[in-house]
Design a protein around this ligand. Structure first.
Ligand code: NAD
Length: 252
């Protein structure tokens, strides 16, 4: 095999790494050879997650909505690890409300965390890569809901649609600096956040609409994550890759 799937020598930063998909991505990237920075607002939880990973890790506190917190973290990372070459914009949140009952604060918080947070992190990492003339890879975690309409997730769906366009516009501009930007749009992936919901009555209806008749597991995203971060996939940029077991294939 000539394709290079090793992440040896890479420095990866995963936002929202204290739980769920972020924690799983961090463990996988470390296994693939990268040194991994686990970032979220709660450094103690990141430290706990980092302890369970064999490899070089650095837990750090970042609130992706706060430029000062990002700048402080970037300084610490550069002093301890060097330039981050892989960014996984994974931090996210969701609220569920009818449109007419959605509090403005909920809307702002979701857009701020999911969309503005991804923008601020992309900006910080790109500035650092450009200044050090280093090539890099950015992977945004979007969602099938960035394309498909569903009830009571207005801010979340709008934020993920925004992430899809941020992926394309930043890919276009950053290509000249050797930075690729792609997105993964997962369907339903079982994490602590949604396990009870997916295993309840609503979940049994949803699973019938998935062509493969099962919810995804975090490990189902590892193949695409590796392609989008390893040298073998460098020529891909601006793509949004759906990984949903065929959910988006279901028609009427
Ligand atoms: P999760 O709640 O376990 O993970 C979200 C993480 O983001 C947490 O670690 C949380 O602390 C962190 N976070 C939230 N706000 C933050 C902030 N301001 N600054 C830094 N970190 C912050 O949920 P998850 O299911 O693991 O979701 C991870 C990502 O995957 C999200 O972007 C989500 O939208 C996306 N996604 C998940 C699914 C799924 O089925 N689980 C499907 C599609 C997309």
């Amino acid at each position: 095999m000539t394709a290079d799937f090793s992440l040896d020598g890479q420095i990866a930063l995963v936002t929202g790494a204290s739980s769920g998909l972020g924690r799983s991505f961090a463990g996988f990237l470390a296994k693939a050879g990268a040194s991994v920075v686990l970032a979220s607002r709660h450094i103690d939880q990141c430290a706990k997650a980092a302890d369970q990973i064999s490899g070089t890790t650095l837990p750090i506190s970042i609130d992706v909505t706060d430029p000062t917190s990002i700048d402080d973290a970037m300084r610490t990372i550069e002093q301890n690890f060097g330039t981050v070459t892989i960014l996984i914009n994974n931090a996210g949140m969701v609220t569920n409300n009818l449109l007419v009952e959605t509090p403005t604060e909920d809307w702002r918080q979701v857009i701020n965390t999911n969309l503005t947070g991804s923008f601020l992190m992309t900006q910080a990492i790109s500035r650092s890569l450009i200044a050090s003339e280093t090539t890099g890879r950015i992977v945004n975690i979007s969602s099938m809901l960035g394309v498909v309409a569903s009830g009571q997730v207005h801010a979340y769906a709008a934020s993920k649609a925004g992430i899809n366009q941020l992926t394309r516009t930043s890919a276009l501009e950053l290509a000249r600096h050797g930075i690729s930007v792609n997105a993964i749009a997962p369907g339903y992936i079982e994490t602590n956040l949604n396990r009870d919901f997916l295993n309840g009555p609503a979940g049994s209806k949803i699973v019938q609409r998935i062509a493969q008749r099962r919810f995804g597991q975090p490990a189902d995203l590892e193949g695409i994550l590796l392609l989008l971060t390893a040298p073998a996939g460098t020529y891909m940029t601006g793509e949004i890759i759906t990984v949903d077991g065929g959910l988006s294939l279901s028609g009427m």
